[in-house]
Design a protein around this ligand. Structure first.
Ligand code: SAM
Length: 201
């Protein structure tokens, strides 16, 4: 990926579709990825930890937001786990959005998975759960702006689960979120990753 970044909008690297496997205790999926998106060739270790450790999705009416969907692992696992759930998958990377939409169709969830650019999310969208491996590498200010843009979409009893690498500032991010009025706790710490649980004030 030299000369481009996974957070580029519409990356210019040549397309080279590939299969990726997701193997979790309760979900096995074969999805499609491509060059020019985050962790193109495999399920990212942090994403896997989030999918293993975030509390179970159980409510059939749940509305879920995946901030920075990439090729769609979080979106597709959430849609598969909760057959009635509606999932909003957003990404600035057009190729990532195309992949997530195709993968949602592969698992038969295209009617309940809305894959859109961030600016196309309805302003009044209310979500029960945010599940995200957020784009830490965009820089602290951009990350803060991103979180302050989407956390207000949480329902009063909603919750966000974020996976963040410890050495990329997970603990200071948790403190900052709490200071912003989003009480944040460390739900899990493993293999250099933190799962942060963020609640609306
Ligand atoms: C760490 S990756 C996670 C991708 C995917 N969810 C996964 O777990 O494999 C973060 C994603 O955020 C996207 N991203 C970067 N800036 C963004 C923004 N401002 N709004 C939405 N998504 C963004 C990137 O394109 C990238 O796909």
């Amino acid at each position: 990926m030299s000369g481009t970044h996974y957070f580029d909008d519409d990356p210019s690297v040549a397309s080279e579709p590939m299969s990726v496997e997701i193997n979790l205790p309760d979900v096995a999926l074969t999805l499609t990825s491509d060059r020019g998106v985050f962790s193109a060739d495999k399920l990212d270790a942090g994403t896997k930890l989030l999918l293993l450790e975030a509390p179970a999705l159980t409510d059939a009416d749940e509305v879920i937001l995946d901030i920075g969907c990439g090729w769609g692992p979080i979106t597709c696992v959430a849609a598969r786990r909760v057959p009635g759930a509606e999932v909003w998958a957003i990404d600035v990377n057009e190729r990532a959005r195309t992949l997530t939409a195709a993968n949602a169709a592969t698992i038969g969830a295209e009617e309940r998975v809305h894959v859109v650019a961030p600016d196309d999310v309805p302003e009044d969208l209310v979500v029960d759960r945010i599940l995200s491996n957020p784009p830490i590498r965009v820089g602290k200010q951009s990350l803060h702006d991103l979180l302050l843009r989407w956390l207000p979409h949480l329902a009063p009893d909603g919750v966000a689960h974020l996976v963040v690498q410890r050495h990329l500032g997970a603990d200071s991010l948790a403190r900052w979120l709490s200071e912003q009025g989003y009480p944040t706790t460390r739900l899990k710490s493993r293999a250099g990753f933190r799962i942060l649980e963020v609640r609306p004030s």
